[in-house]
Design a protein around this ligand. Structure first.
Ligand code: OXD
Ligand code: MN
Length: 592
């Protein structure tokens, strides 16, 4: 069955890019082998030791192309205001013209691959189809892991189905000729001049967040930068939590959490649905249900070890593509924080000779793996994967958590008073910069719902959409805020984090199930210290007290910053958020 709209679009794009040949991707094993061999023969991919790393591949990006380039990422809507202060804007005409000039003839002598992919389970009425045209085998092989691809997707699309038109070309990999453009009004994405995953796997941030968030508002659902996990309690009941955190706050670790011994013994288990993106909609029962539209993980390698995330280490053991980590002379793969011996000799992410302890001319240590080096691994290989991954309706969401890195301000956990207040908590979310990010260390960056770089339209309208969603649900999920990163006056973390975070999730579920009381504070409901299960843990009562403290002066200062941030949206900001802000100020005054 041919789809005439798809055929003519492919023809049109080929007329512009002028590839030597066009190959339609079907998704078979034999096709994967053929593509892999071709990429190995050109050096686009390298084969690591297949005994240690069966089925794994290694790739290096260009040195100027190692992370998402937010300043080259644009939302191209007719009206500038529709993109909002949270996005770079370009008119669609200018976008097509400028990127078109770079695409023109850029695939001469190359192959254009046509990759049909499905976000969400095949056959689910809630899934979305995209087709990515790309001149990169690396992209095709990554899409094969991150999404469902090939012939069965074309069958789902049928002769006239809707699809997102995604065009990617490496062109010259020149940063001056790099653009990542979104055309939400045309359901199209054009990315040119990059080979880095976040810029070129157009299914992910581009489609599943920026374009999908735009669609979600029109169609009445939510496309969010959230993990989803299920917690099985000793009685066998599994409840699901969705959570939004800015980068470097441990989303992948939380999604694959392994409970500490006393919890394991009592029968607690954690089930992973996804670590990055959640699509959530109101089902016929009037409640919120979520799916992970992805089929794989595109995770940060450094810091991942058997100590921090054993499930991730197990997941990446085979059939994984590694990008910009260390390659040993013996074919081993390694990254900082892997917690195993590095190879005695090898190459760093730039392809330069590297050995442990290497120093540059100034005597500074040379890292082997880029701090944003990645693994692309199938979700199906994750030991904690949920049996519900392919369910067409996804999973019912009991709680939503927002989180960030705040050394002083936010308590370990607090619950919002209701949905509208929870939207305010998400909208005013912020995190402190870490060494891994540009900018002043410790500086607070507002990142509402962790969506600042990913909301494909004006965030003021996004907040309004969230508020409306709450009204439409008969039992909306409860909304919480967590902060695993609170420190004492000497800069020591007060909370152990990682697997012990289940102690906080357990309190969250107890609140959802109305099993436990809480203390009302100006910012929300905070646990009574005795209601967080600390069995087997060395956290003193004083530390617990500090972890749960709401400091009036700090919050008054925070309120000023929230106000300044809200001002950037002008009159478009929903009145309800102003009312919520007033409410916080009033409560700080009254309750303290
Ligand atoms: C990611 C990101 O790669 O948020 O998931 O940048
Ligand atoms: Mn992400």
């Amino acid at each position: 069955m041919r789809h005439s709209g798809l055929d003519s679009w492919v023809e049109q794009m080929a007329d512009m890019c002028k590839p030597e040949r066009i190959v339609w991707i079907t998704g078979t094993e034999e096709e994967k082998q053929r593509l892999t061999e071709e990429a190995l023969s050109t050096g686009e991919l390298i084969l690591p030791d297949q005994k240690k790393w069966p089925g794994c591949l290694y790739h290096r990006t260009a040195q100027n192309d190692v992370a998402r380039t937010e300043d080259l990422t644009f939302i191209c809507t007719t009206l500038r205001d529709d993109a909002g202060p949270n996005n770079n804007w370009m008119s669609p005409e200018e976008g097509y013209r400028r990127a078109g000039a770079i695409f023109e003839g850029s695939m001469r002598g190359r192959t254009m691959y046509v990759v049909p992919f499905c976000m969400g389970p095949i056959g689910s009425p809630f899934s979305k189809v995209g087709v990515e045209l790309t001149d990169s085998i690396y992209v095709v092989l990554n899409l094969r892991i991150m999404t469902r691809i090939g012939t069965e997707v074309l069958e789902q699309l049928g002769a006239a189905g809707e699809f997102t038109k995604c065009l990617h070309g490496k062109a010259e990999l020149d940063i001056k000729k790099r653009l990542i453009l979104h055309f939400p009004e045309d359901n199209a994405i054009w990315s040119v001049g990059s080979g880095y995953g976040g810029n070129v796997l157009l299914n992910k941030k581009c489609l599943a967040l920026r374009i999908a968030s735009f669609m979600a508002r029109q169609e009445g659902w939510l496309a969010e930068h959230m993990l989803i996990l299920g917690i099985e309690r000793p009685n066998g009941q599994i409840q699901y939590i969705a959570g939004a955190f800015p980068s470097a706050c441990g989303k992948t670790n939380l999604a694959m959490l392994i409970p500490p011994e006393p919890f394991k013994e009592r029968g607690y288990k954690v089930w992973t649905i996804g670590d990055d993106i959640a699509w959530m909609r109101i089902d016929t029962d009037g409640q919120l249900w979520g799916v992970n539209p992805e089929a794989g993980f595109f995770g940060v390698a450094p810091g991942t070890s058997m100590k921090t995330n054993p499930n991730a280490m197990e997941t990446v053991r085979k059939n994984t593509i590694f990008t910009n980590v260390v390659l040993g002379k013996d074919g081993s793969l390694w990254w900082e924080g892997m917690d195993v011996e590095p190879p005695a000799e090898g190459w760093d992410w730039k392809g330069n000779p590297w050995h442990p302890g290497k120093k540059d001319e100034e005597g500074k240590p040379v890292v082997g793996a880029h701090p944003n080096s990645r693994f692309t691994a199938p979700l199906a290989q994750c030991p904690s994967r949920s049996f519900r991954l392919d369910h067409h309706h996804g999973v019912p969401i009991s709680a939503i958590i927002f989180g960030g890195r705040r050394a002083r301000l936010a308590p370990l956990v607090y619950e919002s008073f209701n949905w509208a207040h929870g939207v305010y908590v998400g909208a005013s979310m912020a995190s402190e910069r870490t060494a891994a990010q540009f900018g002043k260390l410790g500086e607070v960056r507002r990142d509402p719902m962790a969506m600042l770089p990913f909301c494909g339209y004006n965030m003021a309208d996004y907040f309004e959409h969230w508020l409306r969603m709450g009204v439409r649900m008969n039992r909306p999920p409860r909304i919480f805020n967590v902060n695993w990163f609170r420190q004492d006056d000497d800069g020591n973390y007060l909370w152990p984090g990682f697997g012990d975070n289940i102690r906080v999730l357990e309190w969250i579920l107890a609140r959802c199930n109305r099993e436990v009381e809480a203390q009302k504070t100006a910012i929300g409901f905070v646990p009574k210290p005795e209601d967080i299960d600390l069995s087997g843990l060395d956290v003193s009562p004083e530390a617990m007290q500090q972890l749960l403290t709401v400091n009036k002066e700090d919050w008054l200062e925070e309120a000023k910053q929230i106000d300044a941030f809200f001002q950037t949206f002008g009159k478009r900001l929903p009145l309800e958020l102003h009312a919520q802000h007033e409410g916080l100020l009033r409560r700080l005054d009254v309750i303290g």
